[in-house]
Design a protein around this ligand. Sequence first.
Ligand SMILES: [Zn+2]
Length: 300
Amino acid sequence: MGKQREEIFKIIDRRIGNKKPRIIISVPHAGRTIPEDVKQRLAIPLEEAVTRYDEYTEEIALEFADLAVVQIANISKYAINLNRSHVIDELDLGVVFDPVGNYYPANGGLTATPTLEDRDNERLVQLFTHEHTPVWQYDSKNHCYLTEKEIKSRIKRYHRPYHQSLQSLLESAANPVVLIDLHSMSKGPFDLIIGDGRGRSTGSSICQNQLLPFFSESNMLIGYAGYGRRDIRDMPYHHEAIRHSGGYITLNYGNQDRGIYAIQIELNRKTCQDNYGEVIDTLKEFIEFLSNNTKQGGFF
Ligand SMILES: [Zn+2]
């Protein structure tokens, strides 16, 4: 593995035998590496930048490297958000907000609460911290925080290699295959949220009839927001479940017709902190359950 690739991501596979993987786990927000050129552009202290990542996701994914092939980002999401489309739009260039803070929807309504934080979070490269202070030094020559050229260069160097690798892992996998995109959230009412892009990347019927019932025996509180506005009990989907219903990775790779089922799993960090062992045990059973159902006679 070249040094350059190590800076971006690593692949861990501790499965025994040479069989094609049935489960692939992608961990796009575990990274804490900030390359030199990116460091030089920061307006916030480096110590602060390296603390913003999806805590617990790397160590949890590594617990399952004997069941799945695991790809973990090393690069910080401040350099680039690997769970966003590589297509640069107006939002990425920071021209979406008007002077009074109104915004222009750019994502087809996937986000439940269009706050400034949410909109900024949808960018390939985040421009503001949670406290709404700029992440990057202002480029007074080009009158912006980041030029299109700089974003393009980060896509080429960091985003593309991660996705080329994930794509080739999926191509070399068994069919059907399940892609799990693993994340963690800092707060919220759920212990875990399952996202399939509002029914698009795995299918609401599999999620509602197979995946959610799996967790009914566990003590974990599970969130899910499928297609439409209401669940099978005619209850409106929770806004947190909508908010974490799946990003670019889930939507881009999930393709039921091709036998690729993509699920985003968003873990509550508080739950990970308080009940780590239980989270691991439940997820291990879940991954085994998914894997078994990719075999003949399963629901995938
Ligand atoms: Zn994340």
